[in-house]
Design a protein around this ligand. Structure first.
Ligand code: NAD
Length: 415
């Protein structure tokens, strides 16, 4: 999954902002280390009667600002360093968006595409049995991420509730609306990203109506990004891809038909009235906006020179590696950093926690109104600092987020 180490990438970004903030070496050392991590072995009975042991992790990176929060990934190439990097990113994301939460992430090394529903359910329940003592509504609250979804979250919430003998919706977010989920959670990451793109496009005199967009990844984030871009902003999604390959159409893809096609065939490949392309080709298309919405490290020195988009909006976590990031900045391509751009997911997860704690349910328009307010506020704060200091948005975003976490650590007497 990752050719460059995501954790090392995040640590390098922390170094670049530590000069802006004049952090002491001791404080910097704390910020570069996860506070706590748990490695678990999960023996699962497979459908054929055999037993297979899966490896899982939960990393709680920093809880200075509040209980930790972060998704759970199922992926065959999962590594502890990717999870550490993602948990670190969650810490800066929650701080940047002014949420009273710290950062965490979890993962299990498995290939969900080759597992039955029963095997996935047993794995999800076993994972929660192994980590239940370090999670909880006031401790650490997981959520969906790559190859996990609302159904996975319900199994996990149910298992936790059985273990502590109390139905506890607040232990996990991303649940279905009928079981304590929030309206708007499903497309929150994509919706939040588009609120930011709208601001960035306007600041850069790019009209969104008819703007050409290419999206890598057609899962939760990517498919909603394609739909919202067209429905709310009049953009034209000319290319999308998934793990099996991509498609392009100069006239723009019909996203409603494409969603139905992907549902039926399991991939976007061979979609009628479109041409097949590789994932690499997609990243190099002549478009206005490029949205990586799959995995990390897809834009590197090997292809950064070929990126033609005016704006790269990181809906995925860590899609642009550090060397490519510097090159894109030099080429005047605006990169909107992941933990600013994709914060909509954790923001609406936080709204879900608030609703669960108050036995409340907000209308969809109320969720979107609050989401928009938070996304635009974070964008403006980052943009102002980046312009004032003449630095990339990523560096400004790290400076703001890290300063908030360090201030909380100081107030709590940790440093
Ligand atoms: P998902 O599992 O729903 O979808 C992942 C998509 O990526 C799938 O379409 C898959 O086919 C595609 N993919 C996998 N490998 C690929 C490859 N090598 N090339 C191209 N496409 C590939 O996951 P998601 O929830 O949409 O997450 C996507 C990204 O967004 C991840 O980086 C995730 O960490 C990040 N993110 C997700 C959320 C959320 O709320 N789900 C929030 C913030 C950030």
């Amino acid at each position: 999954m990752n050719n460059q180490n995501l954790f090392e990438m995040v640590k390098q970004h922390l170094c670049s902002c530590s000069t802006d903030l004049t952090l002491s070496p001791n404080v910097e050392a704390i910020l570069k280390m996860p506070m706590r991590e748990l490695h678990v072995s999960l023996p699962i009975r497979m459908d054929d009667g055999s037993i297979r042991a899966f490896q899982g992790f939960r990393v709680q990176y920093n809880d200075a600002l509040g209980p930790t929060k972060g998704g759970i990934r199922y992926h065959p190439q999962e590594t502890i360093d990717t999870i550490r990097g993602l948990a670190s990113l969650m810490t800066w994301k929650c701080a940047l968006h002014k949420l009273p939460l710290g950062g965490a992430k979890g993962g299990v090394i498995c290939n969900p595409k080759e597992m039955s529903t029963g095997e996935l359910e047993r794995l999800s329940r076993a994972y929660i049995q192994s980590i239940y003592h370090i999670i909880g509504p006031d401790r650490d609250i997981p959520a969906p991420d790559v190859y996990t979804d609302a159904r996975t979250m319900v199994w996990m919430m149910d298992e936790y509730s059985k273990m502590i003998q109390k139905t506890t919706f607040g232990v996990i977010t991303g649940k279905p609306v009928s079981l304590g989920g929030s309206e708007g959670r499903l497309d929150a990451t994509a919706m939040g990203g588009w609120f930011i793109l709208r601001e960035a496009a306007s600041d850069n005199s790019l009209g969104l109506s008819g703007a050409r967009v290419a999206i890598q990844g057609f899962g939760n984030v990517g498919s909603h990004a394609a739909r919202i871009g067209k429905e709310l902003f009049g953009c034209k999604s000319v290319a999308v891809s998934d793990s099996q390959g991509g498609i392009v159409s100069d006239q723009g893809l019909n996203i409603t038909e494409l969603l139905a096609y992907k549902e039926k065939t399991g991939t976007v490949k061979d979609f009628p009235r479109a041409r097949n392309i590789s994932n690499r080709d997609l990243l190099e298309l002549d478009v206005d906006i490029l949205i990586p919405a799959a995995l990390e490290n897809v834009i590197t020195l090997a292809n950064a020179d070929q990126v033609k988009a005016k704006i790269v909006a990181e809906f995925a976590n860590g899609p642009v590696d550090n060397e490519a990031d510097a090159l894109l900045y030099k080429h005047n391509i605006l990169v909107i950093p992941d933990f600013l751009c994709n914060g909509g997911g954790v923001i609406v997860s936080y709204f879900e926690m608030v609703q669960n704690a108050n036995l409340d349910h907000w209308e969809e328009r109320e969720v979107y109104r609050r989401l928009e307010e938070k996304m635009v506020d974070a964008y403006r704060t980052v943009k102002d600092l980046a312009s004032r200091n003449n630095v990339p948005m990523r560096q400004a975003a790290y400076s703001i987020a890290v300063e908030r976490v360090v201030q909380a650590m100081r107030l709590r007497g940790w440093v």
